[in-house]
Design a binder for this molecule. Sequence first.
Ligand SMILES: NC(=O)c1ccc[n+]([C@@H]2O[C@H](COP(=O)([O-])OP(=O)(O)OC[C@H]3O[C@@H](n4cnc5c(N)ncnc54)[C@H](O)[C@@H]3O)[C@@H](O)[C@H]2O)c1
Length: 295
Amino acid sequence: MKKVAVIGAGTMGNGIAHVFAQTGYAVSLIDISQDSLDKGIATITKNLDRMIKKEKISESDKEATLGNITTFTNTAEGAKGVDLVVEAATENTELKFKIFKELSEVTDDNVILASNTSSISITKIAAQTNRPDKVIGMHFMNPVPIMKLVEVIRGYATSDEVTNLIMDLSKNLGKTPTEVNDYPGFVANRILMPMINEAIISLHEGVAGVEEIDTVMKLGMAHPMGPLQLADFIGLDVCLSILNVMYEGFGNPKYAPCPLLVNMVTAGKLGVKSGEGFYDWSHGTKELVVSDSFK
Ligand SMILES: NC(=O)c1ccc[n+]([C@@H]2O[C@H](COP(=O)([O-])OP(=O)(O)OC[C@H]3O[C@@H](n4cnc5c(N)ncnc54)[C@H](O)[C@@H]3O)[C@@H](O)[C@H]2O)c1
């Protein structure tokens, strides 16, 4: 494999393009929005500059990496002649179905189609294409250039050959791939989201306050940050949507999202991106919300 297309230049897409380009692949970075492409390239440039400062790469490595990336606003054009497509567009089922239907038409039958989806079934995405055996999940973690894990998700029809190829490719990118099967939440979110939900239930029931819950998990379990702060970083709307996928997918009440989470999302308290979630982020730092009434 030499040539890769990455669809979506947002948070994940620009990180995925960065990692492929730095490893020497020719990358077509595709987004419907020129503004997202410009911001994506600016983020990659900033992250490469940071790596130069830390003496991890040289100025010429930076130029080579940026030189490996070409941007496109048209999927058919960008996907021409690639060996692999990694889709990292907005998390929306209908949108992903539409993208994979188009990819199925505009790429050769031997091109592997991967999705970075956090929660949508790979089997369902694969069913939109003419090659379900060549559709697979490559679930990178945020921030992509730093985080080691790639959760490699086998859809119902994904072949052994394609799985092995993607496992090897992920290693070649300097990542540690882990193979999992296609069930709601895969493994990462199936374990993470119930923990976050339980932290919110503990807050909702008055067992402890925001800071207390996060301190217990940080200092007691050696987590780098508490579950409520992590939820603020991920986005409370994203947490709610993943919990709903698992709740509906398994039909098991243990995944039912806490009513406090539902209320906060309805009220537009989405975490860092909206300026307030379990913490107040509106001043650019983490502060306790004044109305946090636990004592
Ligand atoms: N953010 C995370 O922490 C994280 C972690 C793991 C996986 N994911 C998954 O990665 C994917 C992308 O998430 P993100 O956080 O980067 O989103 P984002 O909103 O930052 O970026 C999405 C990009 O997709 C573009 N887009 C929308 N429709 C498109 C189309 N038809 N063709 C091309 N581009 C299109 C948008 O313009 C936008 O730039 C989602 O499936 C998400 O579930 C996100």
